[in-house]
Design a protein around this ligand. Structure first.
Ligand SMILES: Cc1cc2nc3c(=O)[nH]c(=O)nc-3n(C[C@H](O)[C@H](O)[C@H](O)COP(=O)(O)OP(=O)(O)OC[C@H]3O[C@@H](n4cnc5c(N)ncnc54)[C@H](O)[C@@H]3O)c2cc1C
Length: 507
């Protein structure tokens, strides 16, 4: 039951909404969470990254939510919540496919480990399970939850609070007086019209569409002669976020522990039109252009309906603000959706929660506080979009794509280690969005003024962009020790930190 008055009303019980609700409720706030659907339900966005998991661990500690640690590594997950669907993700893997459709021209793999072993590894979330689990935890913690509920009107009142009218599927109407409203509705931007946020395009960004589903019986890349993996691969190649990149787009394949595979493609519109991607048989027509991938799916059975996103990128002009004095905010995924290459969606959402939760808990929701939140989220989104755009431009040339990708891995590993050693301020924002020197280096690289290795050097603590490694990048803590000076430490100090740290132990 939703009470007549709450401190915060959150619209959308995806993982972001439920997580924020837990944080606020744990600190004693009255929170209402409304969801138009019903758990368990399908949701896309499954693959985590070290930053995602680090943020979950941080929330577990900062807000006394120890159960979040169960999501933070594959080992903890299997030990504590084995019934919640999961996949082992040891890193990011990429194969490059030529435009001429030849199986012999396949390049790669590029394999970048995110963990040195399984126990501390990242995961793929079976979202129907995970979102149900997180929502149930929120309810257990006193969050007032109503599903199959839609928002019919949202009106600021003279006390600078919101009068929110809700309607349940059974026709019951509820009015809630809320001090703050949060849109956690994901791509649908549930509150956009109510607060006057408008759609805007991304600058210089490809027009893309996506098609995706879940499949059984997808062959292992490692076992296919057209794909395969070298003996030097830093992890079993299929237990990763496996990607195929090709001129005009890319495909993801995320394998869950029961061997079910989440797979989908994000492609530029010209290619989608060439193969009629979003019409019947579109998937097969696209795969026919990549014989190696076609082989991988030769016996695959689709187990869910096709899902489509057209267009895939969406963006609003606002993230947070006030309307007649009443305050509101969107989680990042409600304000923009870019492209899931590099699994940035979860981290963007969690960084948004990291910034927004303290404002709500301390009552700092003045227009200037919200403007700071808005600026930080917009900066993250702009940087991710700029980076993804460069990837699409590079897809036709696998070596070029590999070079571009090194900027993600440099920023990600730098951010991870800075947070681990308590120097969070040295890694501001998603993809170092607050570090202008990093982005100047990226611009210089794109302009041909320097190589990727030169541009990322000040942030490269993971031995990246090393031609000798032939695309195989294990997660070696020795690389971090060797690069200690970049983090303002001696090698002995870094060695000492690593020896004492739980996070450095991994089987
Ligand atoms: C094709 C695709 C692949 C992706 N892959 C990845 C990936 O691998 N890794 C990654 O990190 N991110 C990925 N993402 C992004 C990821 O899905 C999002 O970052 C994440 O789902 C955001 O979580 P959320 O809780 O904010 O929103 P959502 O998960 O979208 O949840 C929103 C909830 O709000 C509810 N809702 C919506 N409107 C209303 C309304 N009006 N009233 C009430 N309830 C409402 C919805 O029913 C839903 O339950 C992907 C996204 C797409 C589209």
């Amino acid at each position: 039951m939703i009470p007549a008055q709450v401190d915060v009303l959150i619209v959308g019980a995806g993982f972001g909404g439920s997580l924020l609700a837990q944080i606020l409720a744990k600190s004693g706030m009255q929170v209402a969470l409304v969801e138009r659907g019903q758990h368990p339900r399908f949701a896309m966005g499954e693959s985590t990254s070290p930053l995602t998991n680090l943020l979950l661990e941080q929330f577990a500690q900062d807000y006394d939510l120890p159960h979040l640690n169960h999501l933070a590594t594959w080992g903890a997950w299997k030990a504590n919540i084995p019934d919640v669907g999961v996949g082992l993700k040891r890193g990011f893997t990429y194969y490059g496919h030529p435009a001429d459709g030849s199986a012999t021209g396949v390049r790669g793999p590029l394999a970048v480990a995110a963990s040195p072993g399984n126990s501390c590894a990242d995961t793929h979330w079976l979202r129907s399970d995970v979102d149900t689990w997180l929502c149930d935890k929120a309810i257990d913690m006193g969050v007032h939850y109503s599903d199959r509920t839609s928002v019919t009107s949202v009106t600021p009142d003279t006390d600078e609070r919101w009068q929110v009218a809700l309607e349940r599927i059974d026709g019951e109407c509820i009015t809630v007086d809320a001090g703050f409203i949060v849109d956690a509705g994901g791509r649908t931007a549930a509150l956009a019209d109510h607060v006057g946020a408008k759609s805007i395009p991304f600058a210089d960004y490809p027009d893309t569409v996506a098609l995706y589903s879940h499949f059984d019986d997808v062959a292992l890349a490692e076992e296919l002669p057209q794909l395969g993996a070298p003996e030097t691969a830093p992890y079993p190649i299929d237990w990763s976020a496996l990607h195929h990149v090709f001129p005009g787009g890319w495909m993801w394949m995320l394998r869950f522990d029961d061997n079910r595979v989440s797979a989908g493609v994000s492609v530029e519109r010209w290619l989608a039109m060439e193969v009629n991607l979003l019409e019947d048989g579109g998937w097969e027509r696209l795969l026919a252009r990549m014989p190696a991938v076609e082989k991988q799916f030769a016996n695959a059975k689709r187990v869910l309906p096709w899902m489509k996103a057209d267009p895939l990128p969406v963006r609003l002009d606002r993230v947070a603000g006030t309307l007649d004095g009443a305050a509101w905010a969107f989680l990042p995924s409600a304000t923009a959706f870019i492209d899931p290459l590099y699994s940035t969606g979860f981290s963007l959402t969690l960084l948004g929660i990291e910034r927004l939760a303290p404002l709500l808990l301390s009552g700092k929701t003045s227009p200037s506080d919200l403007a700071s939140y808005e600026a930080a989220v917009q900066r993250d989104i702009a940087c991710v979009a700029r980076f993804i755009s460069a990837n699409f431009a590079a897809f036709p040339d696998f070596e070029r794509f590999t070079d571009v990708s090194m900027f993600y891995f440099a920023a990600a590993s730098w951010s991870e280690i800075c947070r681990r050693i308590g120097k969070r301020e040295r890694a501001p924002g998603m993809l170092l969005s607050g570090d202008s020197a990093f982005w100047q280096g990226f611009a210089d690289f794109l302009d041909g003024k320097c190589t990727a290795a030169e541009a990322i050097a000040p942030w490269n603590i993971a031995g990246l962009a090393d031609a000798q490694k032939a695309g195989m990048y294990p997660a070696n803590l020795s690389d971090v020790i060797n690069a200690a000076d970049k983090l303002g430490l001696t090698q002995d100090q870094m060695q000492d930190i690593i020896e004492k740290a739980d996070w450095a132990r991994c089987d």
